[in-house]
Design a protein around this ligand. Structure first.
Ligand SMILES: C[S@@+](CC[C@H](N)C(=O)[O-])C[C@H]1O[C@@H](n2cnc3c(N)ncnc32)[C@H](O)[C@@H]1O
Length: 383
């Protein structure tokens, strides 16, 4: 049995049970041992997970068109502020700059990234007009945009379970007898802390592995108001249903809506409604080294923990569409065709630029494929 990690030892010291949100906060964002601080592999192509900006520069090129459209709609304000939440190492920002939007000369780009380690890897953006912050700016802007790709799914959330006695919160307790079945096949209960098999494949390291320091689930009572909220969000849930309660994601969107006098907030993420997530389960996932990870209560800090976003828990957006719809609306097909022309024109003596242009077709396939990124949601709030 492997020895406990420093974070497991630290969490084991806590005297009281943690909410899952507190567990996730430590596992992902502990200043020393959190996944996004310690791993350094997070968010990079071919590492723990792949995101749309990491597929290639095409996603940013399409977004540059949406940014220009917002800028034009607002009468070409100067400066034009674009705040990117959960910016990671700045891959999306780099693609947007490289696409050369019309507003580039007046663009004031703010990368907001909580992880000091990832912020320190943004130096490749040198030369562009950007600033980098650990949290959202505390002053508002007359006009601008806020964008975020795959941020909300990483914001800590609570887990609620419907029991015969009503909705309860799933807490995390040290040394509670582990609820996983250590002898049999993968647990059947989805969307709880025990992960289901995906597409018939068992996650790389068996989810039945005993944690070196045991953490287990503990149900605890919920206040009346939260129970009523859960009833509204998942009105026909059956006993045993679990749902995420994503108050932090809602607060983040609320805060960004308050940042802008006029403009747009644009969020890209996977998810559905709370009731859908509760019905289908499987909304809680872990990732490690580009594969599905293990039970989220195992190895805190060494794997990503994420949830489908319950979009109905956010403020009601102006528009909610799929990523494929969004990208097609903003001209991904035209950009692919332009890329093909560049590629064909230089086919005899390809350059780095023409190779990148020629790969737009395969990028577009991935970005619009409903099996990969195409069914992700794009929520926009026009202000
Ligand atoms: C899944 S990664 C996505 C990175 C990037 N947007 C991409 O699409 O490749 C989520 C990022 O959000 C950051 N993050 C989490 N909470 C944050 C917050 N409250 N403010 C800013 N960044 C945050 C994490 O540190 C992590 O880098």
């Amino acid at each position: 049995m492997a020895s406990p990690t420093p974070l497991e030892l630290e969490l084991a010291q806590r005297q009281t049970a943690l909410g899952f949100d507190e567990w996730m906060e430590a596992a992902l964002y502990h200043p020393e041992f959190g996944f996004f601080e310690a791993s350094g592999e997070a968010g990079r192509r071919g590492k723990d997970f792949l995101t749309s900006p990491e597929v290639g520069p095409l996603f940013g090129a399409v977004l540059a068109r949406a940014i220009d459209a917002c800028w034009l709609r607002l009468g070409c304000p100067k400066p034009f502020v674009v705040v990117e939440g959960g910016a990671g190492v700045g891959t999306l920002a780099a693609s947007i700059f490289r696409a050369g939007p019309k507003c580039l000369d007046v663009l004031c780009y703010v990368l907001v990234e909580r992880s000091a380690k990832l912020r320190s890897q943004q130096e490749h953006l040198a030369g562009a007009a950007f600033s980098s912050l650990a949290d959202l700016p505390d002053t508002s802007f007359d006009s601008g945009m806020v964008i975020a790709n795959e941020l909300l799914d990483n914001l800590p959330f609570k887990i609620l379970e419907l029991t015969a006695g009503g909705w309860q919160e799933v807490g995390v307790q040290h040394e509670v007898v582990c609820m996983l079945d250590h002898s049999g096949p993968a647990p059947q209960k989805e969307s709880g802390l025990a992960l289901p098999e995906e597409n018939g494949h068992t996650p790389p390291e068996s989810q039945n592995t005993m944690a070196p320091t045991n953490f287990g689930e503990q149900l605890r009572p919920l206040d009346e108001a939260t129970q009523q909220l859960a009833d509204q969000l998942a009105p026909h849930a059956e006993i045993g249903t679990r749902i995420p309660l994503q108050s932090r994601a809602k607060q983040w969107v609320d805060q960004t809506l308050g940042l802008l006098g006029q403009g747009e907030v644009l969020i890209f993420d996977y998810g559905g409604t709370t009731a859908e997530l509760g019905r289908r389960g499987g909304w809680l996932r872990t990732y490690c080294q580009h594969q599905r990870g293990r039970d989220p209560l195992v190895k805190p800090g060494l794997q990503d923990i994420t949830s489908d976003v319950a979009f109905d828990q956010l403020p009601t957006p102006t528009r909610l569409q799929t990523q494929a719809q969004f990208l097609k609306f903003w001209g991904i097909e035209e950009l692919v065709e332009q890329g093909n022309q560049i590629w064909r024109a230089q086919a005899a003596a390809p350059t780095a630029e023409s190779l990148i242009a020629g790969s737009r077709g395969s990028e577009a396939k991935q970005l619009c494929n409903p099996e990969t990124f195409g069914n992700y949601k794009v929520a926009s709030w026009e202000i």
